[in-house]
Design a protein around this ligand. Structure first.
Ligand SMILES: [Zn+2]
Ligand SMILES: [Zn+2]
Length: 339
């Protein structure tokens, strides 16, 4: 079968490899769609590392069951795969935070992922796809959707009536905006460098949009729009400037949440402003088991809409990843690899 494999920084190849086989705990899924995440780009540009190389990238898998142990799932069943499998025994798993598991096995990072014709998936990571959800949208639910849900609900803890700033209106941000609205946020402000992304955010019914321009101050603009700052600011970009903007947009006692994946160190405010204003800066990583099913149900009943996506043939995947790693933006649409 074909697999888009990372061999090292800057080295992604479409290889021909033996197909995976089902075993007692693993099903084989025929990949129909696999989303391209910001972290995939970082594996290619060398700023983040996979568990080993070569490895098939891709952790937003949607497809059909080819074979499963014990006939758990009939061949042809439309499914998605949760991103991670956790040990359930380490201290973080035992405290109910398996997304921080010391022995997590993440598709496309520790085991071969979904930029391939077929992928092996642990049976307990499989979630059945509702028929109302198109396959590309279902792929985005797995990571972009579930990660945004975790960030809004558990890390930012958005409550009814609160004001929320979302920085970055791509795949994760589009979900983040809608989960903040579903949580009853009183005002949702969205900031992005891309005018088209802001247009799409406006169509979701957000209250204000802020176009981020070189030399501009998002924090100052947000504080003018939302008297004294927002209750919670969530950045989905992963740059130092996005985290900086989040911190500088919150009210005294407010929460800033960093979700994006980046390597720049964050230097922001003088210590006295942190202490005197009791600002919080929180990280948010991945999602918990069950979040993918929650996002799929929200897509199925229409309470959220999926981000804009763009199909890319598996054969063109290496070229796409190289372009993204070189900094070429494809626009706000989330690329979806289609084998
Ligand atoms: Zn991801
Ligand atoms: Zn664990």
């Amino acid at each position: 079968m074909r697999a888009l494999r990372l061999h090292g920084p800057g080295d992604v190849r479409l290889d021909y490899v033996p197909p995976p086989e089902a075993d007692a705990a693993t099903a084989v899924v025929q990949v129909e769609a696999c989303g391209v995440c910001g972290s995939d780009v970082h594996f290619v540009d060398g700023s983040a590392r996979t568990g080993h190389v070569p490895i098939s990238l891709g952790h937003e898998v949607a497809g059909r069951i080819v074979s499963a142990p014990n006939d758990d799932f009939a061949p042809g069943t439309e499914v998605v795969a949760e991103v991670g499998r956790f040990c359930l025994a380490c201290p973080r798993c035992l405290e109910g935070r398996p997304n921080l598991c010391e022995r997590a096995r993440i598709l496309g990072i520790h085991v071969d992922g979904g930029f391939a014709d077929l992928v092996a998936v642990p049976v307990d990571s499989i979630v059945i796809r509702p028929p109302e959800v198109p396959v590309a949208a279902a792929a985005t639910a797995v990571d972009a959707g579930a990660t945004a849900l975790h960030a809004v609900e558990r890390r930012a803890q958005v409550r009814a009536g609160e004001s929320v700033l979302v920085i970055g209106a791509g795949g994760l941000g589009t979900y983040g905006i809608q989960f903040a609205q579903l949580a009853g946020a009183g005002a949702v402000i969205v900031a992005d460098t891309n005018a088209r992304a802001l247009e799409r955010a406006a169509n979701l019914g957000v209250d204000e949009t802020v176009l981020v321009e070189p030399g501009g101050s998002v924090g100052r603009q947000v504080k003018m729009l939302c008297d004294g700052g927002v209750d919670a600011a969530i950045e989905f970009v992963g740059s130092a400037s996005a985290v900086d903007a989040a911190v500088k947009s919150i009210r005294p006692g407010g929460r800033a949440v960093a979700v994006g994946v980046g390597i720049e160190p964050v230097v922001s405010l003088p210590v006295v402003l942190w202490s005197n204003n009791e600002y919080s800066l929180l990280g948010s990583y991945g999602s918990l088991p069950g979040d993918t099913a929650t996002v799929l149900a929200a897509l199925a009943d229409g309470s959220v809409v999926a981000p804009e996506t763009m199909d890319v043939d598996l054969a063109d995947g290496a070229e796409l990843l190289a372009a993204l790693a070189a900094g070429d933006r494809t626009g706000p649409a989330r690329p979806i690899i289609r084998p």
